[in-house]
Design a protein around this ligand. Structure first.
Ligand code: HEC
Length: 210
């Protein structure tokens, strides 16, 4: 009787062991198995093969190249439009501020430049060049002033926008400039200052048109 029981117990242990091992194998095997319905081949190899996602079942999903392209284009257009609107708002507000700027306030702000710049007609160059008639003047063209290479290579004229950008952070705008001045932080202050600079001329430049 005891022998039979022992045999049965042995058989049970063996059976459990086998089940255990096959269970383990099954556990390892399962994640490797890919359900056929979920597997796709996506062909995007050449220009002329339209990328079609085809399931192993033979079903063809019509994700056409055009659709993908259209979606990407739409997203890019959307993002670009947002950027343009933001840029435009900024430009408009600077122009508006310039048109309505407090010129007297601009003159006050110019005190922070006066250590290095003279502003009167025919004024001497100091640490920096004379700034009479600076709006729309060619960059780096005051006679007798030794400009940095960076300023000489900048090219173009001191338009309102260029002045606005330069005076925000001179050393970031023209890398290598020898104008060591941190910048005028507030857009409103720069507009006032530039409006005042504009007045320093026999025939002040036109204000930017809307
Ligand atoms: C610490 C002295 C210093 C201060 C302060 C300073 N600048 Fe200058 N600025 C210079 C120097 C030096 C140059 C020449 C830069 C170069 O050659 O790289 C210059 C160049 C310029 C130019 C280019 C002129 C040209 O002929 O192309 C403008 C515009 C200008 N400064 C405006 C200003 C304004 C406006 C302020 C005040 C908000 C100011 N700067 C404050 C030293 C100064």
């Amino acid at each position: 009787m005891f022998k039979i029981l022992a045999k049965m117990l042995f058989a049970l242990i063996v059976a459990c062991g086998v089940a255990g091992i096959s269970g383990a194998i099954a556990k390892v095997a399962v994640p490797i198995k890919i359900p056929k319905e979920r597997a796709y081949i996506i062909e995007v190899e050449t220009e002329d093969t339209p990328p079609v996602a085809q399931s192993f079942n033979g079903e063809v999903e019509n994700i056409s190249k055009n659709e993908i392209e259209k979606e990407v284009k739409d997203k890019i257009a959307e993002a670009t439009a947002t950027v343009e609107v933001v840029a435009e708002e900024k430009a408009v507000s600077f122009k508006e501020l310039l048109a309505t700027a407090d010129v007297k306030k601009g003159k006050k702000i110019s005190k922070s430049c006066a250590a290095c710049h003279s502003f009167d007609k025919g004024g001497k160059n100091k640490m920096g060049p004379n700034l009479w008639n600076i709006v729309n003047r060619d960059i780096a063209t005051v006679e007798g002033f030794k400009y940095s290479k960076a300023m000489q290579n900048a090219g173009g004229k001191w338009s309102y926008d260029k002045l606005n950008k330069f005076l925000t952070k001179p050393r970031e705008d023209i890398k290598g400039t020898k104008m060591s001045f941190a910048g005028v932080k507030k857009l409103e202050d720069r507009a006032a200052l530039i409006a005042w600079l504009r007045s320093l001329s026999d025939s002040p430049a036109q204000l930017p048109v809307e």
